[in-house]
Write a protein that binds this ligand. Structure first.
Ligand code: NAD
Length: 266
């Protein structure tokens, strides 16, 4: 999508962290942004930030587990601006615990928010983008879906790996029809994600990937560059590329090396 000027974007989970940063990076490029967040006050605060900086944006309360909320965001774009060009499926949650301690209800919740939200978005937004023959979808996955470094968040790992697979396959369908796809795979980013982590059983901490912490603002800029250039994979930590090469070259050896980094008391 070479020219972002006058485009219209929807960003889910746009009230905080990475989604907020993507919204705030799009707005100065003259993109009208609808910020959808379960937390209405955060969505409203980002709307205010966009407008105060001279941009055009709307903050809306919306839950990605409710298809009607995505329909409402799409219809708002179509009624107000006559189009929707960029859809950022970013809202996500974390459930943490030993594999045997995370209950099925937590699996279902994480799958509903992280993965089925992308499915709902495909149903709600993709027909509009295809009809325009022009658009871009961004799906937020994680390094946690790219390679194994933890056992403490299996539902999260499963949904993020699935988002990568869905995004790759969707590219094969959508790109020839004028719709680009970007899959964002962040390493550790300084956001509010820890606030909404739900722990099951006795685990009370999570094992981070052995990567440095980056700012959400830097990730927002990377995503805008990827939309403009049509890039598929966005890594927030360039060293992840070499980790992926090592993983692909010998998955058994990779797992053995990772296991060696665990303390047996973990
Ligand atoms: P965050 O908690 O700062 O922001 C997430 C936002 O999503 C919050 O404002 C929250 O209210 C909203 N949200 C949660 N559930 C929702 C729902 N059902 N409907 C609508 N909005 C909902 O977290 P973040 O770190 O910015 O996370 C954004 C995405 O980035 C997530 O998908 C997360 O898995 C992914 N990610 C984050 C990191 C990291 O280190 N922060 C790393 C890899 C991937």
């Amino acid at each position: 999508m070479r020219d972002l000027n006058d485009r219209v974007a929807v960003v889910t989970g746009g009230g905080s962290g990475i989604g907020r940063a993507i919204a705030l990076a799009l707005a100065p490029r003259n993109v009208r942004v609808v910020v959808v967040d379960r937390d209405a006050s955060r969505a409203a605060a980002v709307e205010q930030e966009i407008v105060a900086a001279g941009g055009d944006g709307v903050g809306r309360s919306g839950d990605v587990t409710v298809e009607d909320d995505l329909v409402a965001a799409r219809d708002l774009c179509l009624e107000r601006w006559g189009r929707v060009d960029i859809v950022v499926n970013n809202a996500g949650v974390l459930a943490v615990g030993r594999p045997e301690d995370i209950p099925l209800t937590e699996w279902q919740r994480v799958i509903d928010v992280n993965l089925l939200s992308v499915v709902r978005s495909i149903h709600v937004f993709l027909p509009t983008l295809l009809a325009q023959g022009d658009g871009h979808v961004v799906n937020t996955a994680s390094t946690n879906g790219l390679y194994p470094y933890s056992f403490d968040r299996l539902p999260y790992s499963a949904t993020k790996a699935a988002i990568i697979a869905v995004s790759e396959a969707l590219t094969l369908y959508a790109r020839p029809r004028g719709v680009g796809v970007t899959c964002l795979c962040p390493g550790p980013v300084n956001t509010n994600i820890a606030e909404q982590v739900r722990f099951s059983g006795e685990l009370t901490t999570i094992r981070p990937p052995r990567l440095g912490l980056v700012t959400a603002a830097a990730v927002g800029d990377l995503v805008v560059d990827a939309i403009e250039s049509g890039r598929f994979l966005v890594l927030t930590h360039p060293e992840v590329h070499d980790i992926l090469v090592r993983h692909a070259a010998d998955p058994d050896r990779f797992l053995a090396d990772e296991l060696a980094t665990f303390d047996h008391a973990d």
